[in-house]
Design a protein around this ligand. Structure first.
Ligand SMILES: Cc1ncc(COP(=O)(O)O)c(C=O)c1O
Length: 448
């Protein structure tokens, strides 16, 4: 006997049945959603379609993933073909050609010197992998005491326990405790003087000196790495103040601390250059990426490392044994590599990152035009990402939550965090799509 098709209710009468459904949704209000589901059945280009066939414009590239627009045939066929040729091979002690090929292609875009690539399956895994690389590196360099990490308030570094310890979003830490001891948080850079600034704000470079304070307090020689998103994404688009990342780089150099850029959102063109590192002119020692590397069509993440970090770790290992005890069953999965390679072709053929950079000024102006909506308290923007803050209504996050519910009915999809509505469209957006996003967002903001 076959399984019954899952029932997707659209009528309130079915709310009870929905509430009893087994699917436990991540990062979602399960009870509320199941009583009033907001489903997508298919997608193409800039649009999602509801089961009833209603068009919903995707203003957040899924979740910052779908840079090339939805359902790209080139990626779908590459994955289909790969699954019929070599569906799986263990990534430990065995490999397939596409893993090597994709690593090579990725290094054509990573900042100079970061030319060794460790594949994982998500941004969260990339973050924890980067933490482990940092610890392993210092150990082989004779500094095993470097066990502390520094990150920042209002940062998001995924959901694994290492990343949760690094992250600075309270709801991601509250339930699970600290995760790891020895993680210290610099202050965030959302200053009142920086409100409604387009691009990098003028104020706040001195906040990087928080890292110096930790060096003085705990001993810089005990800190393994400093993790930052070049622009905080999930928290609501916080571009780095001018000079801020340069200052972090200087302090890391002075104290032998590895600087890690978490580029899970900012990578692959979102900042107007391949990575935030190039957009802001600062090169980290390790760089994490995920999401748009496969256009979101297959789960994949990666850590790009400086070559000498790789060399030091591998040469310190046994002549014939494993050098770095870390990896995932699905690291460099053949289907993900096939999707990644197809995406690299799209990036090159369609000059997609250049297109994002060219669209940025118009995008930023359009989003900032929403400043006249009375409910809007701040707008921040850089590259092809912006966040619109709405005024707190009683409980922080309540108004953002209400906005999120209304967006679906308004035919607009975007990510929100608390009271920040984050716009990060696919790079295939054209003027008409931008107009549609802004006018639908205006409608939602006016009704709040
Ligand atoms: C900067 C950053 N790091 C890590 C992650 C976690 O990625 P994933 O959800 O793929 O595990 C995210 C997700 O948005 C992110 O924005």
């Amino acid at each position: 006997m076959g399984h019954a098709e899952p029932q997707v209710a659209t009528a309130p009468a079915a709310a009870d049945a929905q509430a009893r459904q087994p699917y436990w949704m991540p990062f979602s209000p399960n009870k509320e959603f199941k009583a009033e589901p907001k489903m997508f059945a298919r997608a193409k280009g800039m649009y999602f379609y509801t089961p009833e066939g209603k068009e919903v414009i995707d203003a957040s590239a899924g979740l910052f993933c779908v840079a090339a627009g939805h359902c790209r045939e080139e990626i779908a066929s590459a994955v289909y073909e790969q699954l019929q040729t070599l569906d799986f091979t263990a990534p430990f002690l065995r490999a397939h050609g596409k893993a090597f090929e994709l690593a090579e292609r990725v290094t054509q875009y990573t900042p100079k010197g970061l030319n060794r690539v460790f594949f994982v399956n998500s941004g969260s895994e990339a973050v924890d992998t980067a933490m482990k690389i940092a610890l392993a590196y210092h150990r082989v360099k004779g500094q095993p005491q470097r066990q502390m990490f520094v990150s920042r308030e209002r940062a998001y570094h995924g959901v694994n326990l290492g990343g949760v310890a690094l992250a600075g979003m309270v709801n991601n830490r509250r339930t699970f405790g600290l995760g790891l001891a020895g993680v210290h948080h610099m202050r965030h850079t959302a200053l009142p003087q920086n409100k409604f600034v387009k691009g990098q704000p003028e104020h706040g470079a001195d906040l990087a000196d928080d890292l110096l304070r930790f060096c003085n307090l705990y001993g810089g020689e005990n800190i393994a790495a400093c993790f930052v998103e070049p622009t905080a994404g999930s928290f609501g688009c916080l571009p780095p103040p001018k000079g801020y990342l340069n200052r972090l780089r200087e302090i890391c150099n002075q104290h032998g601390i590895l600087l890690v850029f978490d580029e899970v959102i900012t990578g692959w063109g979102r900042m107007g250059a391949p990575f935030g590192a190039q957009a802001f002119g600062v090169t980290p020692d390790l760089l994490t990426m995920a999401k748009a590397i496969t256009n979101g069509a297959q789960p994949m993440g990666a850590v790009a490392a400086r070559q000498d970090i790789y060399d030091d770790i591998t040469s310190a290992g046994p002549a014939k044994g494993v050098e770095f005890f870390h990896g995932y069953t699905y690291s460099a999965h053949p289907a993900s590599c096939a999707a990644g390679l197809a995406m690299m072709d799209i990036f090159a053929k369609e000059k997609l990152m250049e297109r994002a950079a060219a669209m940025s000024p118009k995008f930023i102006d359009a989003i900032h035009s929403l400043q006249d909506c009375t409910v809007v308290t701040d707008i921040r923007s850089v590259g092809l990402m912006a966040a619109v803050d709405v005024a707190v209504d009683g409980t922080p996050g309540a108004r953002g939550h209400e906005a999120q519910k209304r967006l679906y009915d308004a035919g607009l999809n975007l990510k929100s965090t608390g009271d920040a509505l984050i716009v990060a469209p696919p790079f295939v957006m054209d003027d008409r799509h931008l107009d549609e996003i802004v006018s639908k967002l205006r409608g939602v903001l006016k009704g709040l």
